[in-house]
Design a protein around this ligand. Sequence first.
Ligand SMILES: C[S@@+](CC[C@H](N)C(=O)[O-])C[C@H]1O[C@@H](n2cnc3c(N)ncnc32)[C@H](O)[C@@H]1O
Length: 262
Amino acid sequence: MNDPNIADIYDLPEYYDIIFADDWESEFEFLRFCFDRYVDGPAQRLLEPACGTGRLLVELDQAGYDVAGVELNAKMARYCHQRCPSADLLAGDMSNFQLAQFAQPEPFDAGFNMINSVRHLLSEQKAVSHFRCMADVIRPGGIYVVGLHLTPTIGDPLEEETWVATRDDVTVTCHLETYDRDLDSRIERASLSYDIAAKDRDLQVTGDLSFRTYTAEQMEQTLQTAGGWEIAQTYDFTYDQEQPIVVSEKSEDVVYVLKRIA
Ligand SMILES: C[S@@+](CC[C@H](N)C(=O)[O-])C[C@H]1O[C@@H](n2cnc3c(N)ncnc32)[C@H](O)[C@@H]1O
């Protein structure tokens, strides 16, 4: 078996898409529920910062929404463009972008960022800048749905998980493991590995990911510093529309529905 340790796991969008696109339906249904329930007026123009392969954009595009994305990794952005050519895609940094950079520079009705991408912004300055950029491009009455794992201040956080997905003749086993967490610098390091089994090849690749840690209080502080947002409701990663949650010191996976206030 080859073992080409690669520096950036996001340089392999074709495998990312197999492993992460598998379970798109619950997120898709949940997002549609949020657009209907929390956006004032129609929700037609949608933006996904850090859109990756566009696994959700493509489904929303097919459902009739106008979709746009921002993505830093050139290989991800190229894959997303091929997969969803009608997406208004910006190759850039989600902590530094403006409406004028999109092909159609009109305010968005809603944004979403479902699985921890906000935590890739490793400083308070970048995180605040991201939420300000989002507030600048989403109209008042619109929403931003943000899913992330918080670090609980009571109890032990989840340290590793493994899951498997298959597309056509390719099976990918994904292992995500947190190996270092410094709550003072607020940096968490994780390894993400793919075991890829296909008819004509077997491959193992591993990459490192860095995440910023957030307690519930730290998340609220960042939002307050950024301004322009209020927390309309909170859910968890079960995406159960009937079961909003109350965020506590024990909370780990939280989906914030942020409302853009004037
Ligand atoms: C966990 S993936 C999520 C992709 C997609 N949102 C999804 O739900 O499948 C994180 C993505 O964030 C992108 N990313 C990381 N930092 C970024 C930044 N500063 N600006 C834009 N994209 C970024 C990565 O390249 C990667 O595609």
